[in-house]
Design a protein around this ligand. Structure first.
Ligand code: GSH
Length: 211
C-alpha cells in the first residue's frame, strides 16, 4: 500500500489528499501523521529537505514535493486532473497557489516558531504581500467548478488561509474568488474532510528555535 507522510494542517499535504479524494483513490493510501518539526531525523532520511508531504511507493522508493506527488496521483487516475489541453495553465495555477502557500507558511513559521526577539516585521510583511498579490492574480484566472488540479489547489489555498489567517480570508480574498470557493465547497462538500485542519494536537517533541 502507498504511504503518505503528512500533517492535518499542512496545505501541501492537503493538495495530495484532495487529489486522492477527487479520483476516489483515498483508500488506496495509508496516511501517516508526521509533523516536520518533530525532533528526529526520520523525515530527513526520506526527504533530504525535511519537508512533508512524502509519498512512499510500494517498492519503497520515495517521492517528495507536492507537485511531483500530485502528478503521480494524476497518472494513477489516468490523467483526469490535468487534461492535456489545459496542462500548462493548470501547472501555472498550481505554481501560483504553491507560491501563495509557501509565503503563508513562512509567515506562520515566523510568528509561531521563531522566538519573539528574532522576528522580522519586514520579512513577515514581504510574505504577506506575496500572499495578497498572489490572491489578486488567482482571482483573474478562469476557475470553474470542474475537478482539476487547478481548482483543487485553489480550494486548498483558500481553505488554508481560512484556517490560519481568517481575517485575511475575509478581507483580502477578492469577492468573486470567495464566491467561487463557496460554490466549490458546496458542490464537493466531501473535500472538506481533507482540507487543512487543526484536528491533531502538536507532538511534544517539536524544535522551537529557528535561528
Ligand atoms: N515545495 C514543497 C513545500 C512543502 C512544505 O513546505 N511543507 C512544510 C509543511 S506545510 C514543511 O514540511 N516544512 C518544514 C520545513 O520547512 O522545515 C511541496 O510542495 O511539497
Amino acid at each position: 500500500m502507498l504511504k503518505l507522510l503528512s500533517w492535518p494542517t499542512s496545505p501541501f499535504g492537503a493538495k495530495v489528499k484532495v487529489c486522492l479524494k477527487a479520483l476516489n483513490l483515498y483508500d488506496t493510501v495509508e496516511i501517516i501523521n508526521y509533523h516536520p518539526w518533530q525532533r528526529d531525523e526520520d523525515l530527513r532520511r526520506l526527504n533530504p529537505l525535511n519537508k512533508i508531504p512524502v509519498l512512499i511507493l510500494e517498492d519503497g522508493s520515495v517521492l517528495y514535493d507536492s507537485p511531483v506527488i500530485c502528478e503521480y496521483i494524476n497518472d494513477m487516475g489516468k490523467g483526469a486532473l490535468i487534461p492535456q489541453d489545459q496542462k500548462f495553465w493548470i501547472l501555472k495555477v498550481q505554481a501560483l497557489c504553491d507560491g501563495i502557500l509557501d509565503a503563508a507558511v513562512n509567515a506562520r513559521y515566523e510568528t509561531h516558531f521563531r522566538p519573539e526577539p528574532l522576528r522580522s516585521k519586514d520579512w513577515y510583511n514581504r510574505q504577506i504581500q506575496a500572499v495578497t498579490s498572489g490572491l489578486d492574480a488567482l482571482s483573474l484566472e478562469p476557475l470553474d467548478q470542474s475537478l482539476t488540479l487547478a481548482t483543487l489547489v485553489s480550494f486548498v489555498t483558500l481553505s488554508y488561509l481560512e484556517l490560519r489567517y481568517p481575517s485575511m480570508a475575509r478581507e483580502a480574498v477578492p469577492e468573486h474568488l470567495t464566491i467561487w470557493y463557496e460554490e466549490f465547497q458546496s458542490t464537493y462538500p466531501w473535500l472538506m474532510d481533507v482540507a487543512p485542519s487543526d484536528s491533531l494536537p502538536l507532538p511534544s517533541n517539536l524544535t522551537s528555535i529557528i535561528q
